[in-house]
Design a protein around this ligand. Structure first.
Ligand SMILES: Nc1ncnc2c1ncn2[C@@H]1O[C@H](COP(=O)(O)OP(=O)(O)OP(=O)(O)O)[C@@H](O)[C@H]1O
Ligand SMILES: [Mg+2]
Ligand SMILES: [Zn+2]
Length: 268
């Protein structure tokens, strides 16, 4: 039977006695002594306790930092950013003209607001002349979101994607086509570079593959960054209206790169 009566329990432990302790390292300290059933319990040196806690916190922090480093290394490895571009950042982009400043600012904002960008599935198009820093800024976006959030990013040229898928047909690849497509659809951000480089009309295979990637990401509400030398109109006709339409949804951001090449400015 349940009893609602509140019974006050007599405290088993007697009041502690205030004495002076002695620590080998820190000398005298106020110590509490409690005797329970003839057994003595003494508080330890407060300075020793403080040091022990600080050391534990430091160890935990170091462990956390190590886990974060491993996770970041994994993300960076999976991002497949080419060596030449691996270290590209916003800080390393020199914006000497108003157009370059605008390009830099828009890309930096895309990375800073990536949470909202991802929620809306907003795509980004970096379009224009060779050597103007499109790949540089696209990689800077990937580096920034990977290092400041749990987001994952993958960089691929469309040529390397098509080659990887072709390799699945003649069994020179250990992956299946669907595994390759999944690896391009699952990351928080995909950067597809070198779209429309070949002057010829894209083949059905190219268009089908591109559509599978862009539509796959579109369905999952995951944004894609497209990098190309084509202008917006030429890009739409190169990738097909159905792809272009999906890129536009959610409010596509287009940055034109229309200045001279910054590659080896000495010129040859
Ligand atoms: N404004 C800039 N500040 C610093 N470096 C730059 C700038 N613009 C371009 N670069 C550097 O010049 C080189 C070429 O840039 P990048 O490869 O990004 O050009 P791109 O627009 O992608 O060219 P392409 O269309 O030929 O692929 C890179 O090493 C890049 O870091
Ligand atoms: Mg490039
Ligand atoms: Zn001590």
């Amino acid at each position: 039977m349940r009893s609602d009566k509140i019974v006050s329990m007599p405290s088993a432990a007697p009041a502690p006695q205030q004495i002076t302790g002695l620590c080998d390292d820190h000398g005298q300290f106020p110590q509490k002594l409690t005797v329970i059933f003839g057994k003595e319990f003494k508080t330890t040196c407060p300075e020793c306790s403080r040091i022990r806690l600080a050391e534990e916190a430091e160890r935990a922090q170091a462990q956390e930092a190590q886990v974060a480093r491993v996770r970041m290394a994994e993300k960076l490895g999976a991002a497949l950013i080419p060596k030449r571009f691996a270290g590209k950042t916003f800080a390393g982009y020199i914006a000497a003209t108003a157009e370059q400043q605008k390009a830099l600012k828009t890309c930096a904002r895309y990375a800073a607001e990536f949470k909202q960008i991802a929620a809306a599935g907003r795509c980004l198009l970096l379009l224009g002349k060779p050597g103007t820093g499109k790949t540089h800024l696209s990689v800077a976006i990937a580096n920034e979101i990977m290092s400041t959030s749990s987001a994952t990013a993958v960089y691929r040229t469309i040529g390397s994607v098509l080659q990887a898928i072709r390799a699945t047909y003649d069994h020179t690849s250990d992956k299946s086509e669907s595994q390759i497509l999944a690896s391009l659809i699952s990351p928080s951000l995909l950067i597809l570079d070198e779209i429309g480089v070949s002057k010829e009309k894209p083949s059905d295979f190219e268009l089908t593959t591109l559509f599978a990637i862009i539509n796959g990401r579109y369905e999952e509400l995951r944004p894609t960054v497209i990098v190309s030398n084509l202008d917006a109109k030429a890009l739409a006709s190169a990738i097909g209206e159905r792809c272009a339409d999906r890129l536009r949804e959610g409010g596509v951001i287009v940055i034109p790169f229309e200045w001279e090449s910054q590659r080896g400015k000495e010129g040859f």
